[in-house]
Design a binder for this molecule. Structure first.
Ligand SMILES: Cc1ncc(COP(=O)(O)OP(=O)(O)O)c(N)n1
Ligand SMILES: Cc1nc(C(=O)O)sc1CCOP(=O)(O)O
Ligand SMILES: [Mg+2]
Length: 546
């Protein structure tokens, strides 16, 4: 949609209609009429320019249980720092059991609410939820033609998660013919996508792709088909299509009954991120991460006696320890060249932790771990904060060895723990789902446990003897092979790996083996960048050969 707001002077003056005047008979409650732009005090206009507030308008139904609908939209936008105004299209009586009643708001009054907000309040993005009649969809389209906004997010709410119908067949046609061509993104779940396409069955990711492509042909600029209710899937996989590329967005499937309102929340978060200036894909990724985190933090809450409870959008207010992830979603390929620091070695060569990390990144390290066994906590935390900045600006994840407290305080991307450190599931409880957790494993049983505990990868070694870690058993290639074959998680090999033997490790071509982790081969050397560069090229050549 066009991104230009009409200048205030061109907007029709907001006069209450006769119908509205009748609904507001008392002079004490008459609708407020905005002063003309010229009459507004100048200092207010200056303040508005200095502090813009990203603004989402949600056009949706009210949920009396407050888990979904308008109530979810307002909470989601508030959590992400956007202002959320609301045009109510229907009032529903619902709770955690289901929808007991729906009372649609008359079309003209939906139109009047739209006009009130859009003519005055500089809306950036409009998000739609429940649109109970074809007439309401038409009124919305007319309003958007009159008052264009930066983006339109359409969540085609047709059936509630409890299975109740929220809009009829004639609405479906108007959605497809009038609203979709104006939309920047449409976000159906599997059931909605199927309904939109004439009840086709969608059972696989490939079906979801085809559905995204077919819906794209109806006119929206982007489509997100949400796979949260896909049967038999361990991940929550959504398919994003922008007309050129399909992107599969994978998330954790959180086991909880508290999933009421996830669709409304996701669409509102996309709208909030777009209002804040994100690109579409970034907005979708951020929204997905937010929903995943909210579900995770609300998984054990109890409200109501029905099968589907609400979740807590404002979970971050309750969990002061937990910070939203850096949105650096873990990519197993990041394990390719894993640089693990050592304070003793860097001191010996006269460099700071920060300089060591900068040099490793310059040489091509793909992930960094601060393993600072002898550094005082205060100094370690300061270095960690500085390294978070350095790594984030290069797009390289930074993990902290052993110290969950330092990882939390520095907002690092994750933690690596061993078998005698804090158990991975406890680390996950503290860090939340958005952070990376690695676990050292020497046996298939340990690898299985790491997977159950919610780790993202395992480190397996010592592949060769090492002097960096005292009393470390050597597993050799056979031990590494046994663990890699058993592991459900990606693996990084560690222990005594250097330029002379790294190629032979990668040439094993083991399943799940994604890279090597090294300490002394990079940091017990004069020039960290040169050593990293040369190890990287050895690894790349070995991967080409295997
Ligand atoms: C990538 C990676 N793998 C293994 C380890 C070893 O961790 P741990 O067993 O906890 O031993 P310490 O490093 O704490 O001495 C690691 N750090 N990184
Ligand atoms: C930290 C660590 N963990 C290991 C394990 O086997 O889990 S071996 C190791 C030390 C790796 O250092 P270098 O690359 O200098 O041999
Ligand atoms: Mg450890």
């Amino acid at each position: 949609m066009a991104s230009v707001q009409p200048p205030p002077a061109l907007l029709a003056p907001h006069r209450p209609s006769t119908a509205a005047a009748l609904r507001f008979p008392s002079p004490t409650v008459s609708p407020r009429v905005s002063p003309s732009p010229a009459a507004r005090p100048r200092r207010l206009a200056v303040a508005a320019r200095a502090m813009p507030w990203p603004h989402v308008l949600t056009v949706a139904g009210s949920d009396s249980g407050a888990g979904a609908g308008i109530q979810a939209d307002i909470k989601a936008c508030a959590a992400l720092g956007a202002y959320c105004s609301s045009v109510i299209t229907a009032v529903t009586a619902q709770n955690t059991v289901g929808v007991q009643g729906v009372h649609a708001v008359p079309e003209e009054f939906v139109g009047e609410q739209l006009r009130s907000v859009l003519s005055d309040m500089s809306v950036d993005v409009v998000k739609t939820g429940m649109l109970p009649s074809a007439g309401i969809v038409k009124v919305l389209c007319e309003s958007l033609r009159k008052f264009p906004v930066k983006a339109l997010v359409v969540d085609p709410v047709m059936v509630s998660t409890s299975g109740d119908t929220l809009s009829g067949p004639s609405t479906l046609t108007t959605y497809r013919d009038e609203l979709f061509p104006m939309a920047d993104i449409v976000t159906p779940n599997i059931k909605e996508a199927s309904k939109l396409l004439g009840d086709v069955s969608l059972l696989t990711i490939s079906d979801m792709r085809s559905a995204a492509e077919s819906i794209f042909k109806l006119g929206p600029k982007n489509v997100l088909v949400k796979g949260g209710d896909m049967p038999d899937s361990t991940d929550a996989i959504d398919v994003f299509f922008d007309g050129k590329e399909f992107i599969e967005l994978r998330g954790l499937r959180i086991k909880t009954r508290n999933t009421h309102g996830t669709g409304c929340t996701l669409a509102s978060c996309i709208a909030a991120e777009l209002a804040k200036g994100a690109t579409m894909l970034r907005a979708v990724e951020a929204a997905k991460k937010f929903v995943e985190s909210a579900l995770y933090h609300s998984k054990d809450l109890v409200i109501g006696n029905g099968p589907q409870g609400p979740f807590d959008h404002l979970f971050s207010l309750k969990s002061p320890l937990y910070k939203m992830g850096s949105l650096h979603k873990f990519n197993p390929d990041d394990l390719f060249l894993y640089a693990v620091t050592d304070s003793g070695m860097n001191k010996k060569w006269g460099r700071s932790i920060e300089d060591a990390v900068k040099a490793a990144i310059e040489g091509g390290a793909t992930i960094v771990q601060l393993r600072e066994k002898d550094t005082e906590t205060r100094e370690f935390l300061e270095a960690a904060k500085a390294c978070v900045e350095i790594c984030r600006s290069s797009g390289v994840p930074l993990l902290i060895n052993d110290r969950v407290d330092v990882a939390l305080a520095s907002n690092a991307d994750g933690v690596h723990v061993g078998q005698s450190d804090m158990p991975a599931w406890e680390v996950r409880e503290l860090l939340g789902p958005g952070k990376i957790i690695g676990v050292s494993c020497k046996t298939p049983a340990q690898a299985e446990q790491a997977w159950k505990d919610g780790a993202d990868y395992i480190g397996c070694g010592g592949v060769f003897p090492t002097t960096t870690k005292a009393n470390n058993p050597t597993l050799g290639f056979e031990g590494l092979r046994t663990v890699c074959l058993a592991s459900k998680l990606p693996v990084v090999a560690i222990g005594g790996i250097n330029a002379g033997n790294a190629g032979s490790v990668m040439e094993l071509g083991l399943p799940n083996l994604k890279g090597v982790a090294v300490v002394s081969a990079l940091f017990n050397q004069e020039c960290v960048a040169t050593e990293t560069r040369s190890l990287r090229s050895i690894l790349m050549n070995a991967c080409c050969r295997s």
